[in-house]
Design a binder for this molecule. Structure first.
Ligand SMILES: C[S@@+](CC[C@H](N)C(=O)[O-])C[C@H]1O[C@@H](n2cnc3c(N)ncnc32)[C@H](O)[C@@H]1O
Length: 239
């Protein structure tokens, strides 16, 4: 068995775990999932580090507290996706990951559709969602699916957000723990340019691509760039 499961209500025989184990075997991955506080967490490759998972309620409550004191519409990410006073666009987040951006969109008050193609990450997301009670979660639709397949359906909202793990030589920022571990088993998203082009073809009102601040653009020079300390949002408008 390449997948070890510690604790939890589900038996290892369930189809979810069998599917994940088959995936781990095919990819040569050895992973451990542990049930802690009502959801599954992924063990880090460094036993000294805490397991990886998403505390959805805590994170949303933290954002709620923060936005009591700080204006949502001044946030760089909010401006990039077109949040304005009285305007909360519906967003398609093509790359869910550990839901950092998705949870921010929910905190802004947006409705969100989030995709994730990696079976282990999708499992962590689904397990975290099953354990979440914050009302904002009602505005999220999670679909464990590849972005290109979803985009083939052609039915997309006004705003599409894309944050691939695609790096160039200029991207110097040291990865956070989660990113390091992600990279070790999710790898680089080598098809990022194809996904970008597919999304562009569908001509959403806004396509927002998140990039390390110093990296090159994905494909085209954007109409607007929103630059933070480490991150840049490249915004492409419909033509
Ligand atoms: C850089 S992480 C996203 C991080 C996320 N924005 C956050 O704040 O936590 C990229 C994630 O997108 C997923 N991903 C990459 N390309 C994808 C695609 N074409 N379709 C669906 N998911 C994709 C990867 O498996 C990975 O989990």
């Amino acid at each position: 068995m390449n997948l070890k499961v510690i604790g939890g209500a589900l038996s290892f025989e369930t189809s979810d775990f069998q599917r994940l184990n088959n995936y781990c075997e095919s990819e040569g991955l050895f992973l451990t999932l542990e049930w802690i506080n009502g959801q599954y967490w992924l063990h880090s490759d460094d036993p000294k580090e805490r397991p990886i998972g998403i505390q959805i309620d805590q994170e949303l409550e933290r954002h709620d507290e923060f936005f009591k004191r700080s204006s949502i519409v001044k946030e760089l990410l909010a401006r990039a996706v077109g949040v304005k006073p009285g305007i909360r666009p519906k967003i398609l987040d093509l790359t869910g990951g550990l839901l950092g951006d998705t949870l921010l969109f929910l905190s802004f008050g947006c409705e969100v559709i989030t995709l994730e193609r990696h079976p282990v990450i999708a499992f962590l997301i689904q397990s975290a969602l099953n354990n979440a009670h914050h009302p904002a979660v009602n505005c999220l639709t999670f679909i464990p699916m590849d972005a290109e397949s979803y985009l083939a359906q052609k039915n997309i909202p006004d705003v599409v957000f894309f944050d691939p793990m695609f790096e160039d030589a200029n991207a110097r920022a040291l990865p956070k723990k989660e990113m390091r571990i992600f990279r070790s088993f999710v790898g680089q998203d080598q098809d990022a340019l194809n996904v970008f082009r597919r999304a562009r073809e569908l001509n959403p009102k806004r396509l927002v691509v998140k990039r390390p601040r110093l990296s090159v653009e994905l494909g085209e020079v954007p109409k607007i760039k929103f630059e933070g300390k480490a991150t840049r949002y490249d915004v492409y408008f419909s033509g």
